[in-house]
Design a protein around this ligand. Sequence first.
Ligand code: E4P
Length: 216
Amino acid sequence: MKFFVDTANLSQIIEAKELGILDGATTNPSLMAKEGVKGKNNIFKHYAAICDIVQNDVSAEVISTDFEGMIKEAEELVSISEHIVVKIPMIKDGIKAIRHLSDRGIKTNCTLVFSTGQAILAAKAGATYLSPFIGRINDITWDGIELIKEIAEVYSIQLYDTEILAASIRSPRQIVECAKYGADVVTSPLKSILGLLNHPLTDIGLEKFLDDHRNM
Ligand code: E4P
């Protein structure tokens, strides 16, 4: 399973990259706003800075919701860097845009996915990545991991090429479950990725080894 970091914060992206396990990054308009990046020029510069660090797929989301607008934005976004993946919302014009971009060899990430039906449509349209939102499904008391399981089953039966990119991750445990149930990629805040490191027995064991060495 590939690891993407889900943030627009440059120092967190650098920290994830330095860990040596980073395969890509995802952003969205809310994450960009959180970093205080405003205005088209600054937003494009920020995407370029993220691409320079990651040196691999970086999802940048369109703001338009009509076909023509999305295509225009997509063309501008891919001119920033070869690493840009255009993030397109799961709406009717979005599906048309994914088909159009995919036919022209432009990578896409279909976002705001909450059902297997949506996942089938995105795969049929040729999306490179599909982003089911695990945490937001759990927020309304459904089960995001069940959705990953069903999509993974359907994609494997139908031999779809689209990669399942589990998004809206809220805990290290969800990363483990995504790996267990067939996500191809997980995009997560750095905190949950670092949370995978933690185990009290590791800390106790290390303390004991170091103590014994000191008392030798
Ligand atoms: C990433 O691609 C998604 O936009 C992001 O994971 C959404 O996460 P949230 O539900 O925590 O906002």
